[in-house]
Design a protein around this ligand. Sequence first.
Ligand SMILES: [Zn+2]
Length: 366
Amino acid sequence: MSDFMEIQPSDCHVHVWGLDGVPDLMEIVSASGLRSVTILSAALMGDKSLNQNCVGLLAKALHPGTIYSFGCLWHPRTGTVQDPLSYEEQARGLIEAGCDGMKMLEGKPTERKALEEPLDSPDYDAYYAYLETQDIPVLYHVADPETFWDPDAPKEIREGPWFYGGGGYPSKEQIYREMEHVLEKFPKLRVVFAHFYFLSADPDRAAAFLEKYPNTSLDLTPGGEMYWNFSKDPERWRQFFIKYQDRILFGTDNMAGSGAYEMTKDDAVAKIRGMRTFLETNRTFQWLGGQQHGLGLEPNVLSKIYCGNFGRFAGRAPKAVDVARTIDQCQRAIELARTSPEQDEIIPELEVIEGKLRGLQRAKAT
Ligand SMILES: [Zn+2]
């Protein structure tokens, strides 16, 4: 990445679906000159995702100093597995095992509908209160691009998995209302909203949101629409990025390993290149299948967006993994997986993870 400024970005938003993705992720890190990556668990996506918290913790233990990991809650309604622990107890276990924060996907319309639980449901109160009092960072996916609700959206959206124009999905505004109610109830909760909180079509509203909720920030993880919206009015957005330079974080949604959504290493590296070109150069260039216009931000602003803001959000270095507690998490996942019809797919990987963790424990002891 030698054509870019000599700042090593921290990528606050990546996914690793299975253990096979960890070496690939590390290759992306070195090819792109990243300072760190944050693996966001997607454990709530059903039984097959029971490995997610343990994958993130093991990856972190294998690459200390480079990998952060955010845990994610299990919900019985997104799979068959019933977790006897409350949300708060689940989070406590993950944080004590070494997670640096919590990832929430509960605000994505598909999950929000499956869970049948508003984001501001009292069921979450003890959990949010725990995060707030312990000052634990949260990366929250709330809503989706507005076109996903639009009955006149292009065919590929209307026929895709994320079309909410029918079928009893909550509206974008309803999900926002629920989230803002949470922020009013727990004003010290530190939240980064994924994909710019899906407000890239409306800079006034994005600014008003940041003004109203001072402990929130936005990540730059590309949703399909964001960079098109930014490129429509680069000067306006340049001013926005300068004004809110302390509230914007670099993230990619890059993915590694076999699982739900696969992606090649080359695509991951190219995405980082596209984002850096957009942020660092003040010119038009081809990216995302069309012409985009960069913002040409100054190095002091870029350094905050690339890494300074993340350091304040999640800590200058990743927390240490407590290997024994991570083994407990892994055994708990295996126990829960035994009640799943998909256990033959889930348990073998969890056992490999547990074996690797025990290896780390032995290595430490000798
Ligand atoms: Zn993501």
